[in-house]
Design a protein around this ligand. Structure first.
Ligand SMILES: Cc1cc2nc3c(=O)[nH]c(=O)nc-3n(C[C@H](O)[C@H](O)[C@H](O)COP(=O)(O)OP(=O)(O)OC[C@H]3O[C@@H](n4cnc5c(N)ncnc54)[C@H](O)[C@@H]3O)c2cc1C
Length: 620
C-alpha cells in the first residue's frame, strides 16, 4: 500500500536493479554497508518521515514563523520534530564517523532524503543548512574553527545558514556590499545586510553560525574580490560557552507563498560596529569555498522538486482511484451506465502516466548524480576521480533546474487530477503547489542554472564531461537494441540523443563564430532537452531491466496478451510494478523523446526574436 509519499519499491529498483549500488560496498570506504543495511535504513527513514516529519506539514504551514521583539519563533511542532530528527541520527549521516556521522554513501542518503523531504522539506531546511555550513568548516576551516563550531553544528546543538544574497545582489552575487575590515587580532569587523536568509534566525538552537560572503576593504570588485567569514550569532568564549550577541540582528522575516515554516530572514550585521567574523579559508576565495555549499544545496533543491512531486503524485493516484465521476468512455450512450472512478478516464490516465514517467526518470537521474559523488570518493586514480567529479558538476545544474521545473508541473497536474478539490486546503495538493515553487528560484534561479550549464559546463575539461554523458547514453543504447519489445522505442532515444549532441556541437560552433547569444538565449530550452534525454535514457534502461524480470512472471501465468498482462498486474504486485516501468518508458519515448529532434532543429534556426523585440513592445 502506498505511504502517500514515495514509491519505495521504485527507490529499491533504482538503487539495486538500475544503478547496482552494491558494487560500492566492495570499496574500502563503504565496506561496512550491505544491501540489508540499506533496506533497514530506508525503512527507518520511512517511519521517521511518516511519524515525525509528516505531522509538521499542514500544522507548520498554518502556524508559520513569527517575528516579535527582534526574535523569530518557528512553528511549535518543529521543535519536537527537530529534536527527534537529530536524536535519530538523520542530521549528517553522510559525514565521517570521526565528526559524528555514519559514513553513509550519498546514493543511500539521497533515498532517505527523498522520503523525509516528501513529508515536509520546509522543516528539513534547518538541519540541511546546518550540515552544509558545518561541512564548509570541516573542509576549509582551521582546527581551532572546527573545535569551536563544527562539532556543535554536526551534533545539532547549533545551526547554520548560507549568507550570500543582498538587496542589490541576488543572481549577481559579485555586486555584494557587505564589507570586512581587518582588526588587529586577525579577525574582521563585518558590516552589511543580507536578505532572504533561510534559517537566518529561529528558536530551534541556542546559537546560529553564519557563513557570510563579504569583501575585505580594498579588495577588487566582482566575485574575485569576495571572501567568506564565519559569523556566529552569539560569540563563543574560550571555554566554549556562549558570550554576548555578536551584533547580528534580525531585521524581519518574509511572508511567503509557501514553505511557511522555514524562516526567511533579513540579517543586519554590524549595525553597532561590533560584529566579528573569522576568515574561512584564504582571502578572496569566498566564492570558490561557498560553491561547495551551493552545489550541495543545488542537489538538495532539485530533490525538493522530486520529493514534493512524488507526494503530490501518490496522492493524485489515490484520489483518482476513489473519486467517482462520469461514465466510462466505452459506455457512451448507455443510459444504464454506472459512474466510474476517474482513473478510468483516458485524460486522467494520461496525466498520471506523464507524472509517473517524469518522477521515475528524475529519481533515477538524481540518485545517479549521488552515485557519481560516491564514485568520486572511491575512485582509484586521479583520472577516474576527475571523471566522476565532472559528471557530477554537469548533472548538478540539470538535477536542480529540471527536477524543480518538472516538480512544479507535476504538482500542477496533480491538482488537475483533483479538480476543484485540489485547489482547496482540505487536501494537501494546494500546499504542495505553493511549497514546491521556491525550488525553481533559490540556489540560483533555473534561468541562471541553464546559463551556467551552457556557459561553463559544456566546455569544462574540453567538453569531456558532456561527452562522457553522451558516450554512456550511446553505449547503453547499443545494449538496449537487443530488446525486441522495445525496438520501436530505442530509435526514439537514439534520435533524441543524437539531436541533443548535435545541438551541443552547434552551440560550440556558433560560439566560435561570435554568435554566442544563440546558446545564451536558448540555454533554458537546452537544459530541458538535456534533462529529457538523460531521464529518457534511464527510463528505457529501466524498461529493459523490467521487461526481463517481467518475462518469467508472464510465462509462468500464461500472460501472453496485453489483456492477460493487465489481469496479472491486478493479482501480482511485482508484475504490476515491472509492467508499469515498461509503460512509463514507452510513454516517455513516444510523447517526449520523439519531439526532441524538432525542438533541437528549432533552436538551430538561430532565432533571436527575444533579443530583437523592442523592450517597449512588451509594455502594451
Ligand atoms: C524563500 C527564499 C529563501 C532563500 N534562501 C536563501 C539563503 O538561504 N541564502 C541566500 O543567500 N539567498 C537565499 N535566497 C535568495 C535567492 O537565492 C535569490 O532570490 C535568487 O538567487 C534570485 O535573486 P533575486 O531574488 O535577487 O532575483 P534577481 O537576481 O533580481 O533575478 C530576477 C530574474 O532575473 C533573472 N536574471 C538575473 N540576472 C540574470 C542574468 N545575468 N541573466 C539572465 N537572467 C538573469 C533571474 O533568473 C530571475 O528570473 C532565498 C530566496 C527565497 C525567496
Amino acid at each position: 500500500m502506498s505511504n502517500l509519499l514515495v514509491n519505495t519499491r521504485d527507490q529499491q529498483f533504482v538503487l539495486f536493479e538500475l544503478l547496482g549500488i552494491e558494487k560500492l560496498f566492495e570499496s574500502e570506504r563503504y565496506r561496512d554497508y550491505t544491501k540489508d543495511d540499506v533496506l533497514m535504513v530506508l525503512n527507518e527513514a520511512e517511519k521517521m518521515a511518516i511519524n515525525v516529519i509528516l505531522p509538521t506539514l499542514a500544522e507548520g504551514d498554518r502556524e508559520g514563523c513569527h517575528f516579535k521583539d527582534g526574535k523569530v519563533n518557528v512553528p511549535k511542532c518543529y521543535h519536537d520534530a527537530y529534536k527527534k530528527y537529530v536524536e535519530g541520527g538523520w542530521l549528517c549521516p553522510m559525514q565521517s564517523p570521526d565528526v559524528g556521522g555514519q559514513g553513509m554513501p550519498s546514493s543511500v542518503s539521497i533515498a532517505t532524503s527523498e522520503l523525509l523531504g516528501a513529508a515536509n522539506f520546509a522543516v528539513l531546511m534547518y538541519p540541511a543548512l546546518t550540515v552544509g555550513a558545518a561541512h564548509l568548516i570541516e573542509v576549509f576551516g582551521t582546527e581551532a574553527q572546527k573545535n569551536k563550531y563544527m562539532y556543535r553544528m554536526y551534533s545539532g546543538e547549533w545551526a547554520g545558514t548560507m549568507c550570500l544574497t543582498e538587496p542589490g545582489a541576488g543572481s549577481d552575487v559579485g555586486a555584494l556590499k557587505t564589507t570586512a575590515k581587518r582588526l588587529p587580532d586577525g579577525t574582521f569587523s563585518i558590516t552589511g545586510t543580507k536578505c532572504f536568509i533561510s534559517a537566518g534566525d529561529h528558536d530551534l538552537t541556542e546559537n546560529i553560525v553564519h557563513p557570510v560572503l563579504a569583501r575585505i576593504e580594498g579588495d577588487p570588485p566582482g566575485t574575485k574580490g569576495i571572501s567568506i567569514f564565519i559569523v556566529p550569532k552569539y560569540r563563543v568564549n574560550g571555554d566554549g560557552t556562549l558570550g554576548e550577541i555578536n551584533d547580528v540582528h534580525t531585521g524581519g522575516i518574509e511572508h511567503k507563498m509557501g514553505i511557511k515554516g522555514s524562516t526567511t530572514a533579513v540579517l543586519n550585521f554590524g549595525d553597532d560596529g561590533k560584529c566579528i567574523g573569522e576568515l574561512l579559508g584564504n582571502e578572496r576565495e569566498g566564492m570558490k569555498i561557498m560553491f561547495q555549499m551551493m552545489n550541495e544545496a543545488r542537489l538538495n533543491t532539485g530533490m525538493q522538486g522530486l520529493q514534493t512531486a512524488s507526494a503530490a503524485f501518490e496522492h493524485a493516484v489515490q484520489y483518482a482511484r476513489e473519486r467517482i465521476q462520469g461514465n466510462a468512455i466505452w459506455e457512451m450512450g448507455n443510459p444504464e451506465a454506472k459512474p466510474v472512478t476517474i482513473v478510468n478516464h483516458p485524460d486522467i490516465r494520461r496525466k498520471l502516466i506523464w507524472m509517473k514517467a517524469h518522477i521515475e526518470g528524475i529519481r533515477a537521474m538524481n540518485y545517479f548524480a549521488a552515485l557519481c559523488e560516491d564514485r568520486e570518493k572511491t575512485a582509484a586514480t586521479d583520472e577516474e576521480k576527475a571523471h566522476w567529479e565532472g559528471y557530477l558538476d554537469l548533472l548538478t545544474h540539470v538535477c536542480k533546474a529540471y527536477s524543480s521545473d518538472k516538480g512544479v508541473q507535476i504538482c500542477s497536474m496533480a491538482m488537475d487530477v483533483y479538480g476543484g478539490y485540489g485547489y482547496c486546503s482540505e487536501y494537501p495538493i494546494e500546499q504542495y503547489m505553493r511549497d514546491v515553487k521556491i525550488a525553481t528560484i533559490y540556489e540560483g534561479t533555473n534561468g541562471i542554472q541553464a546559463l551556467q550549464l551552457v556557459g561553463r559546463q559544456l566546455n569544462r575539461r574540453k567538453g569531456m564531461n558532456v561527452m562522457n554523458l553522451f558516450g554512456d547514453i550511446q553505449k547503453n543504447i547499443a545494449k538496449l537494441k537487443d530488446n525486441e519489445g522495445l525496438s520501436k522505442y530505442i530509435p526514439m532515444l537514439e534520435d533524441a540523443a543524437n539531436a541533443c549532441l548535435d545541438l551541443t556541437m552547434y552551440f560550440a560552433e556558433v560560439g566560435k563564430m561570435g554568435e554566442f547569444l544563440i546558446p545564451i538565449v536558448n540555454a533554458s530550452p537546452f537544459l530541458e532537452i538535456l534533462g529529457d534525454v538523460t531521464i529518457g535514457h534511464f527510463l528505457l534502461q529501466s524498461a529493459d531491466i523490467a521487461s526481463e524480470k517481467l518475462a518469467p512472471l508472464c510465462a509462468d501465468k500464461g500472460a501472453d496478451t496485453p489483456e492477460k498482462l493487465t489481469q496479472l498486474a491486478k493479482e501480482n504486485a511485482e508484475a504490476a510494478f515491472y509492467s508499469g516501468k515498461v509503460a512509463s518508458a514507452k510513454f516517455f519515448a513516444v510523447n517526449v523523446l520523439s519531439g526532441v529532434k524538432a525542438r533541437c532543429e528549432a533552436i538551430k534556426m538561430g532565432d533571436k526574436s527575444p533579443l530583437e523585440i523592442a523592450e517597449e513592445a512588451f509594455a502594451f
